[in-house]
Design a protein around this ligand. Structure first.
Ligand SMILES: C[S@@+](CC[C@H](N)C(=O)[O-])C[C@H]1O[C@@H](n2cnc3c(N)ncnc32)[C@H](O)[C@@H]1O
Length: 441
């Protein structure tokens, strides 16, 4: 392909072969691979090289010379500047197809898994308006998301991309944006706003992170003076590393959601799955086809999977390190009449260790992006449940963990689903089923 050097700039023409993890397009020039954002497979593009390493480079898209058939006009005016979405320029059908390919590639490359199971895609019923949680960054009237990573790297800092609406958010969260901007003009120390919306109750909880915190009086003023009545609770939080610590809360600190005929209480601190349009389908995917025995649901959160799963099992124990989530899960077991469940605050390794003397049927894992840790894998190897269900939001740590589990020679990888909880973004959620290999006679 052609190479030009203008004013020190290195400009190349590349054909994009495929998308890779993170949603970047991959093309080759003189045996070197280049990663380019906002491109699509089979496109011919012109790029400016912005990073040149020994074995790979990164490019900035200058021009699409021959577009892909799957290229579409992005819906959002901030696309390409805002760091939230990576795939709006690709038709939704093609996004899902590409995610399945990236998923398989990660299993093979990172996990060294040779025999892949059948992989089925579950698309989101709608590709926009699906998100019921938002984390906004704010600064004196500006509210939005942090800038695209490449722009941040070039500038050395990241601006807040000030938005009026965000098309992946539930419309009710978008309605709050002007009110939240007014709050941030009034409270100049406000840095983050976290919203959780319940589409079943039509109500929202809001967490505010402000430098120096906000008083109860401030929170009452924000809740009653700036926000609509369907925001039922507002809290002031302090950020400590990746965690938010509650300082004050006014109003109700929980809401309820409904999925697959079950009702769940969700406290402001508890995790709730983001794409409400897939809640029922997600639960259906993890439910077993036949009645199961004694099962463990690690990283259980509010009991989102534990409670429905318990209708198909002798007993299900859930565990999570978040004590608010465990309190919700216990409450949820009661209101849904599930006596064959128990919840405890524990890491997966602590939880599994309690059962080393038992026959465990299924262990379900749904970890954060970091995946399982060394202890979790060691105890799992000792426990050897009949089945493993691994729900993952990060194919790379999933591949690492499954690669290890399969190397023990005890498990077979039966089936995987790529369930698209995050349309328009490069995030890949999957559900993976492993079963113990039959003893040879
Ligand atoms: C992806 S969420 C899944 C929650 C639940 N399965 C659901 O579908 O709602 C991950 C959960 O893991 C919990 N968690 C994070 N690190 C943990 C750890 N080291 N040990 C136990 N739980 C942890 C979080 O509190 C969160 O509830």
């Amino acid at each position: 392909m052609e190479e030009k050097k203008n004013d020190q700039k290195k400009v190349l023409q590349l054909k994009i072969d495929k998308l890779v993890s993170g949603g970047k397009g991959l093309g080759r020039h003189e045996n070197k691979v280049y990663f380019v954002k906002y491109t699509a497979p089979n496109e011919l593009v012109e790029i400016e090289v912005i990073k040149e390493k020994r074995d790979y480079g990164e490019g900035k898209l200058l021009k699409v010379i021959i577009p892909s058939n799957a290229r579409v006009e992005p819906v959002c005016p901030h696309y390409g500047v805002c760091g939230g979405c990576q795939l709006q320029h690709i038709s939704y059908e093609e996004q899902v197809r590409q995610k399945v390919e990236i998923f398989k590639e990660q299993l093979q490359r990172v996990g060294k898994i040779k025999e892949l199971p059948p992989v089925e895609a579950i698309p989101s019923p709608q590709p926009y308006g699906y998100r019921i949680r938002a984390q906004f960054h704010v600064d004196s009237g500006k509210l939005g998301f942090v800038e695209d990573e490449t722009l941040r790297e070039i500038k050395g800092y990241g601006d807040i991309v000030d938005i009026e609406t965000c098309p992946v958010l539930h419309p009710r969260i978008n309605e709050l944006i002007p009110d939240l901007k007014r709050v941030s003009v009034e409270y100049k120390n406000l840095r983050e706003v976290h919203v959780t919306y319940s589409p079943n109750r039509d109500e929202a909880l809001i967490k505010l992170v402000a430098e120096g915190g906000l008083t109860r009086q401030d929170l009452h003023r924000v809740k009653n003076g700036f926000l609509p009545p369907w925001v039922v609770g507002v809290g002031s939080y302090k950020r400590v590393g990746r965690e938010l610590i509650r300082q004050e809360f006014v109003g109700r600190d929980y809401t309820f959601i409904a999925a697959k005929g079950f009702t769940y209480r969700v406290t402001a601190e508890s995790f709730v799955q983001n794409n409400y349009l897939l809640w029922d389908r997600f639960i259906e995917t993890i439910l077993p086809g036949e009645r199961r025995g004694y099962c463990l649901d690690t990283f259980c959160g509010i009991g989102f999977f534990t409670i429905p799963f318990s209708e198909h099992a002798f007993f299900v124990e859930g565990s999570d390190m978040n004590h608010y989530a465990i309190a919700d899960a216990n409450y949820n077991a009661k209101i849904n009449g599930r006596p064959n469940t128990l919840f405890l605050r524990a890491t997966p390794s602590q939880h599994m260790k309690r059962h080393l003397d038992k026959e465990i049927d299924t262990v379900l894992f749904d970890p954060p992006r970091s995946g399982l840790d060394r202890r979790d894998l060691e105890v799992l190897k000792e426990l050897q449940p009949d089945r493993i269900v691994y729900v993952s939001c990060n194919p790379s740590t999933l591949a690492r963990d499954l690669g290890k589990i399969l190397s023990w020679g005890i498990y077979r990888y039966d089936k995987a689903y790529v369930i698209d909880l995050f349309p328009q973004t490069a995030h890949i959620e999957s559900v993976n089923f492993l079963s113990k290999v039959e003893e040879k006679i």
